[in-house]
Every structure is written in structure tokens, then in C-alpha cells.
Design a protein around this ligand. Structure first.
Ligand code: URA
Length: 234
């Protein structure tokens, strides 16, 4: 009975009394379930099942492993990248190469563990030679990302780089103009920021990492997170 206000209980008791007085001898209730809704991990499992051994676009021809995404189904924060690179294709996990190691450090700097967030990509198979995914490939794969986001229902999404942010917003963006200001994806605040691979390419210029850290701090403010003490560890 936890959580039902006292007034409502009185009302329910009154209504049952009324039914009994009007001739009902039995009230059959539906079986109680933990929740009517399938939970996030069941939903994610069914999305993975629906993707199956996907052959919906040509990217499937060159893949070793499909990279579905990983992390907590209950994540408050979700990161969306562009698509698997060579290491991700080999391991079947998102962001495990050099860019992934940087992303992991960024997550830690935000005061979180990687296992507490959810990480996915716009396309789930590696584009050859790490080229940008084609619009037609994005369109085939995107519905699954949208379903993943719906299943997890994060409080905030961080879009990593131009391809991810453009795909989420449904319009071509330039990161220089878009980063650092919240947008929305299906009603969920979306923070566009630089892709960790870009930050690695600009390793020797402080400006980009400092800007990315400013973006992440805005996300931390919404989630009431506190830096891990090392501040910008990117
Ligand atoms: N870059 C991405 O956009 N996603 C990955 O999973 C790895 C690198």
C-alpha cells in the first residue's frame, strides 16, 4: 500500500462498500504486476533482437561485429557517437579505441563511472576506412538508436561530433556554432560537443578541450554531478 495517499484509500474503501451494497458479491481484480511496462533492459534486448544479423545497408558487408551499444539501461546520461571504428568493430563494443579511452576519462572527470552511462552510435557497423556514414545508411540505422534512447529514457544526451549531432537534430550542423548550447531530441536535453577523436587530433591546442569541458559542466549542472576532483582530465 506504500505510496497511496490516505484520502485515496478512504475513497477506494468507500467505492468497494458502495459496490457491495449494490449487489456485487465479488470483485475480480487483474493480477498485480511489478510494472505494466517492460523494463529498460528487456526493451534493449528486444531492440537488439529486432536488429538481428542486420543486412539493411551496405555497411553490414564490411563489419566484423555489429556494435549495439553498452552501459546502464537506467542511465541518466547517454552519449551518442558517430559509428564504430576499427577497435569497436573488432570488439563489438562502442568507444573502446583511443577516442573511447578519452571518452572514458571525460566520463570519470564528470564524477561518473563508464558503467553508469549508456554509450551508443548513430550507425552500428563500421563505415569503410572510417568515412562518414552516408545519409541512406544513417536513415536505416537511426530508428534503432531512437528506440534505444526511448528505452533508456536518459535525462540528458551528449551528442559527440557533427555526424551524431546532425543526425539527432535532423539537420546539418557545424560544431563550432552548435556546441555548448542545449538542444532537444524527442524532448530530452541534448548537449552537442566535440567528438573525442577530434579532441585527440587537436591534442596540443587547449582551446578545444577547454570548450568540451565547459559543455560537460553544463550537463553536470543539470544532473547535479560533481567533478571527480581532477576537473578537466581530458
Ligand atoms: N567513434 C565513434 O563515433 N564511435 C565509436 O564507437 C568509436 C569511435
Amino acid at each position: 500500500m506504500n505510496g497511496i495517499p490516505y484520502d485515496n484509500l478512504l475513497e477506494i474503501r468507500g467505492y468497494i462498500g458502495y459496490l457491495l451494497n449494490t449487489g456485487y458479491s465479488e470483485i475480480v481484480l487483474p493480477a498485480l504486476q511489478d510494472s505494466e511496462e517492460p523494463n529498460s533492459s528487456a526493451l534493449l534486448a528486444s531492440i537488439r533482437e529486432e536488429i538481428g544479423d542486420c543486412r539493411r545497408c551496405p555497411l553490414s558487408e564490411g563489419r566484423t561485429n555489429l556494435v549495439f551499444g553498452e552501459g546502464s539501461p537506467l542511465a541518466r546520461l547517454m552519449f551518442v557517437g558517430e559509428g564504430p571504428g576499427a577497435s569497436e568493430d573488432r570488439e563489438g563494443r562502442p568507444f573502446v579505441g583511443r577516442a573511447g579511452q578519452l571518452l572514458t576519462r571525460m566520463i570519470k572527470a564528470m564524477g561518473l563511472e563508464r558503467s553508469e552511462v549508456y554509450i551508443a552510435n548513430v550507425v552500428k557497423c563500421r563505415p569503410p576506412s572510417n568515412r562518414d556514414p552516408e545519409q541512406s545508411e544513417i536513415e536505416k540505422c537511426f530508428p534503432f538508436l531512437r528506440e534505444q534512447i526511448k528505452a533508456i529514457s536518459p535525462e540528458v544526451i551528449v551528442g559527440l561530433g557533427r555526424v551524431a549531432v546532425s543526425s539527432l537534430l535532423g539537420r546539418k550542423v557545424s560544431m563550432g556554432r552548435t556546441r555548448g548550447n542545449f538542444e532537444y531530441f524527442d524532448g530530452i536535453p541534448l548537449m552537442p560537443t566535440y567528438h573525442p577523436a577530434f579532441l585527440l587530433r587537436k591534442e596540443h591546442e587547449r582551446k578545444w578541450k577547454a570548450e568540451a569541458w565547459e559543455d560537460l559542466k553544463k550537463v553536470m549542472a543539470i544532473l547535479d554531478l560533481h567533478a571527480d576532483g581532477h576537473g578537466d582530465s581530458t
